[in-house]
Write a protein that binds this ligand. Structure first.
Ligand SMILES: C[S@@+](CC[C@H](N)C(=O)[O-])C[C@H]1O[C@@H](n2cnc3c(N)ncnc32)[C@H](O)[C@@H]1O
Length: 410
C-alpha cells in the first residue's frame, strides 16, 4: 500500500521520483535549498536548517531541523530527521488525527479544561530522583497518561553527524520551542555529565519510529519521568500516526504505588539487566535489584526456567524436538506460574503465541485456539489501533483456521 495516496504519512511519496499528479496532495520533502528556492516551508515554523553527515562516513542522507507550532494545544515540536521522513510525518502534526479518547484523557494537552486531574503525581522517590506515583487506583489496561514529544531525533544523527554540527542542531531544536517547554526540558534529570543537552537526551530519550519503522529517539517530558523497574507495572504504546505515547497499566496499581516501566527487555537475569542498564549509567534500586542475594538468585532461577520453557516450546513448535500434549500442558501451567511470580505479565504476549504453536504441532487444536485468542487479545491491547503490528498475529490465526478446516474435513 506504499502507493496509496491516502496514506502519505506512512509512505515516502514525497521522495518518489516522477511523482504522478494524483499523489500531489502528499507533502514533498523540504530542505534548506528547496525552501529558499520556493520561499515556502509550510507546515514548519521556520526554514529547515540542514547538516551533512561527517565526511569520513559513507555518503548518507542530509539531516534537517524542523519545528512545528502550535502542536497539541500550545506546545511545540522539533524534529531532526531527513527531508523525506519529515514530509512523511506531516499528517501526524494535525490534531484531527488524535482519536477522541486521547483528546479526552485527563493528561492530554488537548483535554478540555476542568476535566479530572491525572492519575499520577510527579514527585521525589527515594534513590531514584523524581518519579510518577499513582494518586488514585489504576485498573489493569487503563491509560495512565498520554504524552507527546517535544523533540524527535533520527538515531543516525548520533553516529553520522560530527559532534559540533549535532550540538548545533540540538541547541537550535530546543531554542525554537516555546519558552515553557525549553524550561521543562532543562529541568529533566541528567546522569552522565558532559554537555547538558546531550546529557538530558542520554538520560531521558526513548526509542520511537517515524515513517516505515525508521528508529528515532523521542523526548517525552512526562513519560521520561517514569523510572525503571525490573517487574514494571506499565508499558508504552507509541503511535506513528499521532506521535502519542500512551502509558498503559499492565496490572492494577494502588494509590501511592510508583508507576514504573522497564528500560531493558523484560525477563532478563540480574547480571544481564545490570549490563543492559549500563547504557543508562545508573545502578538500579528497584525492589528486585535491591532484594537480598538469595532472593535475587531465586528470581534469576525462575527467569532462566521461563526462558528454557520458551525455547523448548519454540523448538517443539518448529519440529526440532518431539513434544507430547501432556508436556506442552505442563510447561504452559509452569510458565503461567513463573510469569505471575516474577510479575512479568507483558511477557504473556510472546509466551501465548509460542504455546499456541506448540499445541498446533501436537494436534491439540482446541487448546491452540484458546491461546491464539488470548494472544490476539493481548496483541490488540499492546498494539492499540495500529493494525500494522498485528500482521504476525493474523498469520498465526490463519494457519490455525486452515488446520481446523483440514481436521473437520478428514
Ligand atoms: C528517564 S529518567 C527517569 C526520571 C528521573 N528519575 C527524574 O528525576 O526525572 C532516568 C533516570 O532516573 C533514575 N532512575 C530511573 N530508574 C531507576 C532505578 N530503577 N534505580 C535507580 N535510578 C533510577 C536514573 O538516574 C536515570 O538516569
Amino acid at each position: 500500500d506504499i502507493l496509496d495516496p491516502t496514506v502519505c504519512s506512512l509512505g515516502f511519496h514525497g521522495s518518489l521520483p516522477g511523482i504522478s499528479p494524483e499523489f500531489s496532495a502528499c507533502p514533498l520533502p523540504i530542505d534548506e535549498d528547496s525552501a529558499f528556492d520556493t520561499g515556502s516551508f509550510s507546515p514548519w515554523k521556520r526554514r529547515p536548517y540542514c547538516v551533512e553527515p561527517a565526511q569520513d562516513d559513507a555518503p548518507g542522507p542530509q539531516f534537517c531541523l524542523y519545528t512545528f507550532e502550535p502542536f497539541r494545544g500550545d506546545q511545540g515540536l522539533s524534529v531532526i530527521t531527513t527531508p523525506a521522513l519529515a514530509a512523511s510525518m506531516v499528517d501526524a502534526l494535525d490534531d484531527s488525527v488524535v482519536p477522541p479518547k486521547l483528546r479526552d484523557h485527563p493528561s492530554s494537552f488537548l483535554v478540555a479544561e476542568g476535566q479530572r486531574s491525572p492519575a499520577y503525581v510527579i514527585k521525589d522517590v527515594p534513590k531514584r530522583g523524581k518519579g510518577l506515583v499513582a494518586q488514585r487506583p489504576i485498573k489493569k489496561w487503563d491509560v495512565v497518561l498520554v504524552d507527546y514529544p517535544v523533540l524527535l531525533t533520527h538515531m543516525d544523527v548520533f553516529g553520522a553527524v560530527d559532534d559540533e554540527s549535532r550540538a548545533d542542531l540540538l541547541e537550535q531544536a530546543l531554542q525554537q520551542l516555546p519558552k515553557t517547554q525549553q524550561d521543562e526540558v532543562f529541568s529533566l534529570a541528567r546522569s552522565t555529565g558532559g554537555e547538558p543537552i546531550e546529557d538530558i537526551l542520554r538520560t531521558n530519550i526513548f526509542g520511537v519510529e517515524l515513517g516505515l519503522e525508521i528508529p528515532h529517539s523521542g523526548l517525552y517530558p512526562i513519560g521520561s519521568r517514569i523510572n525503571h523497574n525490573c517487574s514494571p507495572n506499565v508499558f508504552w504504546r507509541y503511535s506513528v500516526k499521532t506521535l502519542a505515547v500512551e502509558v498503559i497499566a499492565m496490572r492494577d496499581i494502588e494509590v501511592g504505588e510508583e508507576i514504573t516501566q522497564s528500560y531493558v527487555p523484560l525477563g532478563l537475569s540480574y547480571k544481564d539487566r545490570k549490563e543492559g542498564l549500563n547504557n543508562w549509567s545508573f545502578t538500579c534500586t528497584c525492589p528486585l535489584c535491591a532484594a537480598s542475594k538469595s532472593q535475587r538468585a531465586a528470581s534469576d532461577n525462575r527467569r532462566e526456567r521461563l526462558l528454557d520453557i520458551y525455547h523448548e516450546l519454540n523448538d517443539g513448535a518448529a519440529g526440532k524436538i518431539n513434544l507430547t500434549e501432556p508436556a506442552v500442558m505442563e510447561m504452559t501451567s509452569e510458565m503461567e506460574e513463573l510469569i505471575h511470580d516474577e510479575k512479568l505479565e507483558a511477557q504473556q504476549l510472546v509466551y501465548y503465541g509460542v504455546v499456541a504453536r506448540a499445541f498446533m504441532r501436537v494436534g491439540e487444536l482446541v487448546a491452540a485456539r484458546k491461546y491464539v485468542e488470548l494472544c490476539e487479545d493481548l496483541w490488540v491491547r499492546y498494539a492499540g489501533d495500529d493494525q500494522d503490528y498485528l500482521a504476525g498475529m493474523y498469520q498465526l490465526r490463519h494457519e490455525l483456521t486452515e488446520r481446523e478446516k483440514k481436521a473437520i474435513g478428514s
